[in-house]
Design a protein around this ligand. Structure first.
Ligand SMILES: Cc1ncc(C[n+]2csc(CCOP(=O)(O)OP(=O)(O)O)c2C)c(N)n1
Ligand code: SF4
Length: 278
């Protein structure tokens, strides 16, 4: 892709000599590609203005050590508090968190809700493969009802969590969901999120053929992508549908876009006031 005199190349953004560790057909390749292209299209030729933070899991391997950037690989579920501290110390940087659904809204759920409530100035990108991928396919808070996993051999009996909706309700400035079958929309969504401040959440429904697809009955990656496309329902349409009708659907689009006071703004405003009164 050419933008004026600039040509997109991953070599500006990926560490030389390393290759992502993902299985063939994994959606995380496409997720990362959409993000890198968004960064390029916003005019960044490298990651000097970025800092990445991730937890543990396949999705958490996206930035660290593969991005040619400053990054912190934290404990499972603890990326958001680390990202919050980095952003408060370095408000000039884009602080971006990558993690899986288990990492962000399983073990990391408390941090996720509070970061949205505080409107912390970070972008959280969650690869939602609907499973704990890296540890072999255990049921996750996002696993659809009745889906077979290693820990639910007769099908999951829990209702899945709507993370994008939760972020919106909890206080995020921006929350959206797309799938890896919506590359153009995903790229535009990343661009928009990177240009906003406050808590921004992008949920990317992504195929995990190894730990999810095989047990859930998909023959190949193509079938999974077809399922994403055919079952994607835009937010506005979903609002007119009943809960039962939405059970096997993936609601896509923007759940919230607003301008609330952000954590960085309110922390620095309090500090300025305190210094004035000292
Ligand atoms: C405190 C702690 N508990 C459990 C684990 C084991 N563990 C590693 S990754 C993972 C889940 C990964 O699932 P997810 O975050 O959805 O990422 P994915 O691999 O699916 O992208 C678990 C349970 C761990 N590393 N640390
Ligand atoms: S286990 Fe699933 S999510 Fe992890 S790399 Fe393989 S296909 Fe991707």
């Amino acid at each position: 892709m050419r933008m004026g005199e600039r040509t997109f190349s991953t070599t500006n953004y990926l560490r030389p000599g390393l290759r992502f560790p993902f299985c063939p057909g994994c959606g995380l390749y496409a997720l990362s590609d959409a993000f890198l292209r968004a960064v390029f299209e916003l005019g960044y030729d490298d990651f000097r203005k970025f800092c990445f933070v991730s937890g543990i899991g396949c999705s958490s391997w996206i930035p660290s050590p593969y991005y040619l950037a400053d990054s912190v690989h934290t404990l499972h579920g603890r990326s958001i508090p680390v990202a919050t501290s980095i952003k408060l110390l370095r408000p000039d940087l884009h602080v971006v968190v990558f993690g899986g659904d288990g990492d962000v809204v399983g073990i990391g759920m408390g941090h996720f809700v509070h970061a949205a409530r505080r409107n912390t100035d970070i972008l959280v990108i969650m690869g939602n493969n609907m499973i704990y991928g890296m540890t072999g396919g255990q049921v996750a808070p996002t696993t659809p009802l009745k889906t077979r996993t290693t820990t639910t051999p007769y099908g999951s009996f829990e209702h899945p969590l709507d993370a994008a909706k939760l972020a919106a309700v909890a206080g995020a400035n921006y929350s959206a969901r797309w799938t890896t079958a919506h590359q153009k929309e995903l790229r535009e969504c990343f661009k928009k999120a990177l240009q906003m401040d406050g808590f921004r959440f992008v949920e990317v429904v992504t195929q995990c053929p190894t730990a999810y697809g095989r047990r859930a009955g998909f023959k190949n990656v193509g079938e999974m992508l077809k399922w994403f496309k055919e079952n994607a329902v835009p937010v506005a349409e979903a609002e007119k549908m009943g809960k039962g009708e939405l059970e096997s659907k993936i609601v896509v689009g923007e759940f919230i876009q607003r301008r609330r006071l952000t954590l960085v703004e309110s922390v620095y405003a309090v500090l300025r006031e305190a210094q004035k009164n000292a």
